[in-house]
Design a binder for this molecule. Structure first.
Ligand code: FES
Ligand SMILES: [Fe+2]
Length: 362
């Protein structure tokens, strides 16, 4: 008999995963030599772009006495702290000047660094690599990129703040059973459209994927994609630490999206949704319409999680049931397997041994 006793204590915060890239803020928020404050994994950051167009991210705290560097002055290459004028190279964090020093001072100014982080612009975001504190000098892999399948395409971005830990944001994102309740609407699905589903999941490095399948027949937007007359297939993939990818293909037409759930602090996260497609470019108002529906969708999830956060304040226990909550169980297993392999230096033991069919109603 299946054991459904509450097994996982739910707390409002959760362990955050270092050693990964996270989207820190939208590219469009930084103009010219402007500086922007943001926060990732509880770390305050100041983000900007130098005169060569390269993004930079520094800890928003002067190594002298903690003044936020975002309050300082940026000349396109170096950032000057507003308190005592120490100047730091924006890309490397290296100190270039301490105005209070007298000539002949023994202090090695160039050995002083403001904490800085690898920073790259991709898909309309400043991505910041948050290194693992146990391996701070490990080189960062390339920043993530949304998969695209033709040279011309449209792209759009949406985001929503969630007052929950990253874990709840993520399991909410991959939860197959909430659709008919949270996302009820005539054009998407209703409670009466609930029917049994079966999908084959398979392991991928650091995650799992729903094997390419024909999309759900009760979803009107997917029908639009079938207009090409070609069969429509969709693939959904989750990858640690926080990414859900969805690809839909129909002949030469495609739609690709990525949702990331980024821990801002231990009990606050943000969903960043980014989508690109080469379909329906001819249809007027497609982009604004798409944004209206996507915003509505994201808003439904956001309001649900705001209410859930009220319940989570009292540290309930969690009951994850098969098969609808299996992806959530896998997420927790993947996360602990990953953290365990980091701790021991041993290869990660993937919790999903092979392809497996899950069945649920939604
Ligand atoms: S606190 Fe930044 S220069 Fe003193
Ligand atoms: Fe949802």
């Amino acid at each position: 008999m299946e054991d459904v006793r509450p097994t996982i204590a739910l707390t409002t915060d959760s362990e955050m995963m270092f050693g990964f890239w996270y989207p820190a803020l939208r590219s469009s928020r930084v103009r010219g030599r402007g500086l922007r404050k943001t926060m990732l994994l509880g770390t305050p950051l100041v983000v900007g772009r130098d005169d060569q167009g390269g993004g930079f991210a520094l800890r928003d705290s002067c190594p002298h006495r903690g003044m936020p560097l975002s309050a300082g002055y940026f000349d396109g290459e170096t950032l000057e702290c507003s308190y005592h004028g120490w100047r730091f190279h924006a890309k490397t964090g290296q100190c270039r000047e301490i105005p209070s020093l007298v000539p002949g001072s023994k202090l090695k100014v160039d050995r002083i660094f403001a904490s800085h982080f690898p920073c790259e612009e991709q898909d309309g975001y400043f991505w910041v690599y948050m290194p693992d504190p146990s391996a701070p000098n490990e080189p960062a892999p390339p920043a993530p990129r949304l998969p695209v399948f033709s040279s011309r395409y449209r792209m759009t971005h949406l985001s929503a703040e969630l007052p929950t830990s990253v874990d709840h944001g993520i399991i909410g994102l991959m939860d197959p059973a909430h659709g008919p309740f949270v996302h009820q609407s005539w054009w998407w699905r209703t409670r009466h459209s609930i029917h049994e589903k079966e999908k084959v999941f398979e392991p991928v490095p650091n995650g799992f994927r729903i094997r390419a399948h024909a999309p759900s027949t009760n979803s009107a937007p997917y029908k639009l994609l079938g207009l090409s007359g070609q069969p429509v297939t969709t693939t959904i993939e989750f990858r640690l630490p926080n990414m859900r990818f969805e690809e839909i293909h129909s002949g030469k037409y495609w739609f690709s999206s990525r949702a990331t759930v980024t821990p801002v602090t231990a009990n606050h996260c943000r969903i960043d949704f980014c989508a690109a497609w080469n379909i329906l470019g001819w249809m007027p108002f497609f982009v604004p319409l798409f944004r209206i529906f996507a915003r509505m969708f994201l808003g439904q999830d956001q309001r649900t999680m705001e209410k859930q956060a009220e319940g989570l304040k009292h540290n309930p226990l969690m009951m994850l049931i098969d098969d609808a909550d299996r992806p959530a169980k896998w997420y927790f297993q993947l996360k602990s397997a990953y953290l365990e392999s980091k701790r021991t230096g041993q290869p990660m033991v993937h919790p999903i041994p092979g392809p497996i069919a899950l069945r649920w109603r939604s």
